[in-house]
Design a protein around this ligand. Structure first.
Ligand SMILES: Cc1ncc(COP(=O)(O)O)c(C=O)c1O
Length: 203
């Protein structure tokens, strides 16, 4: 997408977010700007609870629609998409499903992570995990050579963010994934700040 196209797109959507009329709002998180469409969907859900009680079929189908839309956005199949209540809940589901009781017990993560990535990693210590934090550099970037140095036979997981929530630093995530996969190590990518902003492809 060219800069002009991106600007056109953002101008098109700008009117959907009433908060932009009164403040410059750049908080991209669970308290992100609320659109008219999201408010309408929430009202629809609440009104349905009042009018008809359980709306299981309608909302399960709505969720399936979201899964399909996400699969298209991330260029993958719907079967590869699971919806969770939050990014942290997703990270927790994945990490708590892993076995850290054996020799492969190291979780390698970085100094650019959202706090819950670190907290959920450390929670796995109760189940035998050892957590290694690769610090970021003075300019807020990550030195992939330092990440690579921590990826060894005992590493169970590389848990790494694409774009840092704190400073916007972007990691060359393809190279990071390549390094880990070349050693047979699975990668958990937190693409919270890049999903929808940058092209991302899941396979
Ligand atoms: C990079 C990143 N990861 C994870 C999270 C946590 O998201 P959630 O509140 O959905 O758990 C955030 C929230 O801002 C984030 O910026």
């Amino acid at each position: 997408m060219t800069v002009n196209n991106a600007l056109d797109t953002s101008l098109h959507y700008r009117d959907h977010f009433p908060v932009f009329d009164s403040v410059t709002y750049i908080n991209s998180c669970s308290q992100g700007a609320l659109s008219y469409e999201v408010r309408a969907a929430m009202n629809h859900y609440m009104n349905g609870m009042d009018d008809r009680g359980s709306l299981w079929d309608e909302w399960v189908m709505a969720q399936e629609g979201v899964r399909s839309a996400l699969a298209r956005a991330f260029k993958t199949s719907t079967t590869q998409v699971a919806l969770t209540a939050s990014a942290s809940a997703g990270i927790n589901s994945l990490m708590s499903a892993m076995d850290f009781s054996g020799k492969k017990n190291r979780i390698v993560t970085t100094g650019l992570e959202f706090p819950t990535m670190g907290q959920i990693s450390h929670a796995q210590e109760l189940r035998g995990a050892q957590v290694i934090h690769v610090p970021s550099e003075a300019d807020n970037t990550l030195d992939l050579k330092k990440v690579d140095a921590e990826l060894n036979d005992s590493t169970a997981l590389l848990a790494i963010t694409h774009v840092c929530y704190r400073n916007g630093a972007m990691t060359d995530i393809k190279s990071a994934i390549k390094l880990a996969h070349s050693k047979g190590i699975p990668v958990l990518v937190d693409a919270y700040q890049s999903g929808g902003s940058l092209p991302n492809q899941l396979r």
